[in-house]
Design a protein around this ligand. Structure first.
Ligand SMILES: Cc1cc2nc3c(=O)[nH]c(=O)nc-3n(C[C@H](O)[C@H](O)[C@H](O)COP(=O)(O)O)c2cc1C
Ligand code: SF4
Ligand code: SF4
Length: 463
């Protein structure tokens, strides 16, 4: 069987799955229950000077039949006394000595940082996570994302922490910044042992149309909150990749954001994370999701012949390139499998109005036809098609030519004037504007196949 255990910057854990600092790690009861279910580690709900929270606290974006596709909160750090949390950390560590317990911390002054770091260590924590990410409530008090957005301040606080820390220190980054590598580099300069990302994204999930208040509503009013859940995974993956690829960062990364299944976790790992953290999915479905996560990960590792987590870390990174390094000669076009098509014609509408008028309807059948010559290979039709593998993108170039934008620039072969013949779009057929209206349309649009065969279209395609 593959070995799921990790040693993350010195923090050992039986598997890479940790609960993120949030309500599921608010108490010893919850963390013990989670460890018992199979979670490898837990980052305790952020400790500091206890706060007072509001009610209500959460909002959600429900998309069609999916509830909590995006999740939003205006909750602050732990509202429980520090002594209670520390006592429970100690208790958990006694019962689960081989699991990872990481204390998430957020205070203000140098002395407070020194005191709380020592307290967390004395309670038996395996590591410390500095919460420089909370984008609501705490940042207005000069903490959380207010620190994460100021690399110099972040570095200074990391230095304060490193003055006393004897256990590994992880810096948790905020995504509410234009370049995530700047605070990551500051964390490294400050001496941190690892980084974790992302914390929540500043957001308003919706407005009540009757009371005119943003969700979640607190006595008729609301506030911006922090966004997380499945909706944020693409942003998290990109930021994990940015940190993993940056030659100056070179720190272990704990990937957080939108992880709900083992597949999401593997994506974070392939882009450079060596542990992963989960919040919204545990709040939505409970601790039991860990069973599917560990068995799915094990199965995947067996199939791919990965023996340890480290065989996978960053495996996708060599394939993530800047746009100008992609092959401009690679060419795909859409192909419809008529046997699978249910005739909904969503692909036709999408291509007709939202892409390149490269799909036409045919007399006597509801299955549309791709006009190969007009298809730019944008993928839109395959993305809207509701039938799995009904529209596939097939390679049309012979694979012998490879030229990037960078190479074309060096060869002085890129468009340089407004009407340059070398522009890609000069070579695609587009209908005359007036063809969008009334009778003209029937005469000229490829979608109206009854007036059409593919010849006239071909003639209008500039080779
Ligand atoms: C209700 C709630 C409370 C949270 N509290 C904290 C916190 O105290 N400290 C912290 O570092 N992150 C906190 N977070 C952020 C999560 O740890 C995590 O970074 C974020 O939710 C993204 O992960 P997810 O998409 O799996 O939810 C909280 C998130 C939620 C939803
Ligand atoms: S979207 Fe898919 S199923 Fe619907 S008509 Fe197009 S090919 Fe057929
Ligand atoms: S890939 Fe794009 S251009 Fe080609 S048929 Fe589909 S939607 Fe149209």
């Amino acid at each position: 069987m593959p070995d799921l255990s990790i040693n993350f910057a010195g923090i050992k854990s039986p598997n890479p799955f940790w609960l993120a600092s949030a309500p599921p790690t608010n108490s010893g009861y919850q963390v013990m229950k989670a460890f018992d279910a199979g979670w490898g580690g837990a980052v305790w709900k952020t400790l500091g000077v206890p706060v007072v929270n509001v009610s209500s606290r959460y909002g959600s974006v429900n998309y069609r039949d999916k509830r909590m596709m995006g999740f939003n909160n205006i909750e602050l750090i732990s509202d429980r006394p520090l002594a209670d949390n520390l006592r429970e950390i100690e208790e958990v560590k006694k019962r689960f000595p081989h699991h990872a317990v990481i204390a998430s911390l957020m205070v203000q002054s140098r002395q407070e940082w020194h005191d709380i770091v020592r307290d967390a260590e004395n309670a038996g924590s395996d590591g410390i996570e500095l919460n420089f990410g909370c984008p609501h409530g705490m940042c207005e008090r000069g903490m959380g994302s207010a620190v994460g957005q100021e690399p110099e301040v972040l570095q200074t606080i990391v230095e304060w922490v490193m003055e006393v820390a004897r256990i590994p220190v992880i810096v948790k980054l905020t995504p509410n910044i234009s370049d995530i590598t700047e605070p990551a580099l500051a964390a490294r300069r400050g001496g941190a042992n690892a980084i974790s990302l992302i914390n929540t994204i500043q957001s308003i999930v919706g407005v009540d149309l009757d009371s005119f208040a943003p969700y979640p509503i607190v006595d008729g009013q609301g506030s911006n909150g922090g966004y997380c859940g499945p909706a944020v995974k693409p942003i998290a993956l990109n930021m994990v990749k940015n940190c993993a690829q940056h030659p100056g960062v070179r720190l272990p990364i704990s990937g957080i954001g939108g992880i709900e299944t083992w597949r999401d976790a593997v994506e974070h790992i392939l882009l450079g994370a060596s542990s992963v953290q989960v919040c919204t999915a545990a709040m939505h479905y409970g601790f039991g999701i860990i069973r599917e996560m560990t068995s799915g990960l094990e199965q995947y590792m067996l199939e791919k012949n990965f023996h340890t987590i480290y065989d996978m870390v960053g495996r996708a990174l060599p394939n993530v390139k800047p746009w100008e390094e992609l092959n401009l000669h690679y060419k795909v076009t859409a192909h419809i499998d008529a046997a699978k098509c249910i005739g909904c014609q969503l692909c036709y509408t999408a291509c007709e109005d939202g892409a390149h008028q490269a799909i036409r309807l045919q007399a006597g059948t509801r299955t549309p036809e791709i006009i190969d010559e007009n298809c730019v290979g944008c993928n839109l039709c395959s993305l809207v098609c509701p039938v799995e593998q009904c529209i596939t993108m097939e390679r049309r170039d012979d694979g012998t030519r490879h030229q990037t934008w960078q190479q074309r620039t060096a060869a002085h072969d890129i468009p340089t004037t407004f009407n340059d013949e070398r522009a890609g779009g000069r070579h695609h057929w587009v209908p005359e504007p007036a063809a969008a209206l009334g009778k003209e349309r029937d005469k000229t649009l490829p979608g109206k196949a009854r007036q059409y065969d593919s010849e006239p279209v071909k003639q209008r395609v500039r080779e």
